[in-house]
Design a protein. Sequence first.
Lengths: 447, 447, 447
Amino acid sequence: MNVSDLRSLPGRDALVRQMRALMEELYPICRSITGDGLRETLRAIGRRIPLALSEVPSGTPVLDWTVPDEWNIRDAYVADSSGRRVIDFRRSNLHVLNYSEPVRRKMPLAELRPFLFALPEHPDWIPYRTSYYERRWGFCLSQRDLDALPDGEYEAVVDSRLAPGALTYGELLLPGETPEEILLSTHCCHPSLANDNLSGIALATALAQLLGTARRRYSYRFLFLPGTIGSITWLARNAEAIAHIRHGLVVACVGDAGPMHYKRSRRGDAEIDRAAAHALARSEREHRIVEFSPYGYDERQYCSPGYDLPVGSLTRTPHGRFPEYHTSADDLAFVRDDALADSLAAYVEVLAILEDNRRWINTSPKGEPQLGKRGLYRAIGGLPDPGRHTFAMLWVLNLSDGRHDLLAIADRSGLSFEVVAAAATRLAEAGLLEPAGSDLPAGGAVK
Amino acid sequence: MNVSDLRSLPGRDALVRQMRALMEELYPICRSITGDGLRETLRAIGRRIPLALSEVPSGTPVLDWTVPDEWNIRDAYVADSSGRRVIDFRRSNLHVLNYSEPVRRKMPLAELRPFLFALPEHPDWIPYRTSYYERRWGFCLSQRDLDALPDGEYEAVVDSRLAPGALTYGELLLPGETPEEILLSTHCCHPSLANDNLSGIALATALAQLLGTARRRYSYRFLFLPGTIGSITWLARNAEAIAHIRHGLVVACVGDAGPMHYKRSRRGDAEIDRAAAHALARSEREHRIVEFSPYGYDERQYCSPGYDLPVGSLTRTPHGRFPEYHTSADDLAFVRDDALADSLAAYVEVLAILEDNRRWINTSPKGEPQLGKRGLYRAIGGLPDPGRHTFAMLWVLNLSDGRHDLLAIADRSGLSFEVVAAAATRLAEAGLLEPAGSDLPAGGAVK
Amino acid sequence: MNVSDLRSLPGRDALVRQMRALMEELYPICRSITGDGLRETLRAIGRRIPLALSEVPSGTPVLDWTVPDEWNIRDAYVADSSGRRVIDFRRSNLHVLNYSEPVRRKMPLAELRPFLFALPEHPDWIPYRTSYYERRWGFCLSQRDLDALPDGEYEAVVDSRLAPGALTYGELLLPGETPEEILLSTHCCHPSLANDNLSGIALATALAQLLGTARRRYSYRFLFLPGTIGSITWLARNAEAIAHIRHGLVVACVGDAGPMHYKRSRRGDAEIDRAAAHALARSEREHRIVEFSPYGYDERQYCSPGYDLPVGSLTRTPHGRFPEYHTSADDLAFVRDDALADSLAAYVEVLAILEDNRRWINTSPKGEPQLGKRGLYRAIGGLPDPGRHTFAMLWVLNLSDGRHDLLAIADRSGLSFEVVAAAATRLAEAGLLEPAGSDLPAGGAVK
């Protein structure tokens, strides 16, 4: 089975159930950019796919950054003077400012107030806030709960630990026929937020399972890592692997009801950009193509100018653009099974294009080769429309001059990549195509 | 008289009468890709213009193809049990599947049925069908006639001969001041179909007559040949001539009432593409510019990747896009005299642009040269609009840096090529322009 | 104070008063392309800014031209048989055909008629007409006055002198930190016409005063010269200075009520073209971007192919496009103070962009540098929108690869140049940017 055979999503329903089950298992865990919640998450993924975990000690210099102290938390609450917990980490791990330093202090409400974060525009939702690199403590709560707090004395308790430890990330390499790699990177640092990014974790896991069953031209590298510092750490330690990355996607926010969005790589016209644009344009999906910007998820790091990797991001509603983003409303109900399955299918479609995209050379470039004598052309002539399979063969023959890959031929002809690739296969079998020199870049039309 | 002086179509009415007379003479002949009908057609053309005929023996390898056996036909019919001809080649040569092998068989209607071709969507028209490279026989008839056939025994007779012979094509070279050639290629293989392509034959013949009377910068090569196998045969035998082709047009379907269409060459921005786009854009005609596709007429061969010649196609409604295409409804009444004349004028306009298009070098490139002292500028200054002739001179001077040809200057300035070319002539006469090095390509703006 | 600090137009009201006063002082003077009116004008400007005047003798060859004889005029009129002046230069210097040769002749109206110019479409306005290079005489008057002239004998008197003298122009160089120059060129040859071009003279003078008070990266060369022959003369004599011109603007027609127009340089995508387009696009102004054409003012000379300087033109309603153009209706009331101030602000905005536009190199190009530890990033994370100042820093870091200047970054990011430049300053102060090699061209994205 080739990757292109996965387009039908064999075992679709079981895959969706598995994605849902993984999300439900991971949802309650309090994750952060380091710590046991992150480790527990990676181990849960590792029970599905053979993930290799790396531990990078606090204090390790990574590019311009330093791996921070590890953060672990047991409990956190604000209690009123009667001892009743009015904010309670045990009810939602969003209640604590992520990476809060330990504290145990009594103070009147007015003094506590600057340590409390709420969302006036969504009074029932708890916001998600962090302070990774400046030592702080704080609590997040709904505006409604905040407004209901009576004046009085409160005790704020964060029972956390910030101490030398390690940053953990998980990695899986599925080797292919060539050492050239497709990178799939997903962030695992957010606590109880479902679309951002348990959906990405679940989709990447399912994708690894699917690809594991297929014959792969490319090698596939899956990274499960904390956002920003995780990709920076990985980049700092993997100069050799980076040289093999030919295409990449950042996997995030793939479960909401919104339309698919593809955000281009910094290059803008890399093969991954053309493949994703073609896949979305040919599908029946409503979708958007978004230009690169140096904001979002780990594409910020992969597309920094010192790397400039051809890495885009395929999401549903992007980062920061849905109201539930980084709030308690991004819960398990916010993620829809049909959206997960549709996103997975879109990923498979893009990868199938990358797998089958090649440059060929027409071995009979002067005039059209006689297709009829090779059984590739209908016998009865004179019809106005020869059909898309014949068109596809004629286009592939006409443009297979070493300067156009199949994706460029599909785009120029208006035919789908799938039809064009099938035509190329038939023509290659008939000896009318030979592979273009493998030393040449596999990109689109040479400029 | 220069080619540009032909823009007014001197002798327009006589030309139209001659085109019509040639079409009427050729319409009844049963043509195919080989055979006496094709020979007779080329001889009729040869009575108007000095065509050289070539005969290429059956079995000759030509590129990836082989010249097929020659086909000739005397008679063909289907008769009912009473001997009455219910389908009769003598009424229309479309009734026989073109290139039918000989047959003489009796069979019941059910058995005959797979050998009969009709057009359910146009029940009164006879379709045109062929089987050049697979030995078959068959008949074409209207759906109405097909439906009216009673059950019973029929005799199918095709009195044809498929035997070693030759493929015939006609060629005319009008030499010009330079050996660089403009190719005009038209297919002559279709039997009683008027727009496709007696119209093209008639226009190409008239164009050759017109150009024969003019001073020509370019040499013009006219090819009258059977579609596909004819151009492939010519290409296989004329490597040296091919090297001289600088521009080309495939002439077909130039007589229907639809708007002009220019289909670009594979290159998309060749000088012929720019010239045709400019000519159509400046004319009052409704028109369409169509991107290249590897389907249609002999541009498929000229634009195959091993040649990639700058050959476009200038038609009215393109190939396969009018309902009458390849049916008996494409008859002499379907071709309109005014459309033929208008198409001929469009061809002349495009050729006139190619003839006059050059790159010049401004000999006084620093500042504007003083036009007034050369009598090129009005004496009274201060007027807001100097007029388009002065604008044209200023544009030509400003852009004649060796990188822009006159066509590029016309396109950038928004002026017509004719006005720009006239300005260049005046400036050259005044010594303000000199020809750009002839070793450089004559294309548009250097990139 | 940097040029960018002039954006607020310090002393705006005083500047407008000074521009108005200069226009009022210059309005009555009869200017031409040579002569004492031009000298007097340049001296009046020289009382505001330290202008150096050059005198180039008549007969001096300049490029393809020759400096003409100098023209001076004392009086001109047409008198009727009673001696009454029916056309009188003393009422408006537009009444005389500019550069009229001396004449004193009596003749009947019918004979006089070809020497009289009027504007039928604006019967109350006196047209402005010239005859610099062909010796003529003539008078301009309103159509209404022309129609009212009774038959009879008239005396035409032009008391002028055409004799060897000199062509005068004024020049001011404000040295900057680098010898690279921005050219600001304005024509001073038109007599009593206010928008064309006392407005340009007044704006250029005010701009020179403003820039004189600022720290300048570029050197600024102001040219006040007669149109066409003046710039040709300057170009002929200043080959060395020309080599230093990096950007330029032709200053004209900056006082009418119409929207700003920027006419691109011949190159079309020079840095000045990108800067002006950005400045106008980001402002609240209605505006138009106009493609280059080889007609208009002295950009015709600067953009001739032998120079091809990056010189555009920033005007309000362009040359020849307002009905009052080159008529007596282009008077002091036609120029509006608010338009003058707005035009001046637009010039300052464009120059501020050029001053601050640079290419930088990100010194920490692998991954994002940690902005937080440098105090450049807010501590609390998780918010959906980091604000435009943070966006600007991320864009500058991402695109500062030596191929993009700040203007290209502003255009790609959709942020204003000002915000992007401020971000670059902060990043440079933090050591995260270093200047790109000064040997490289300062243009936009390298192609």
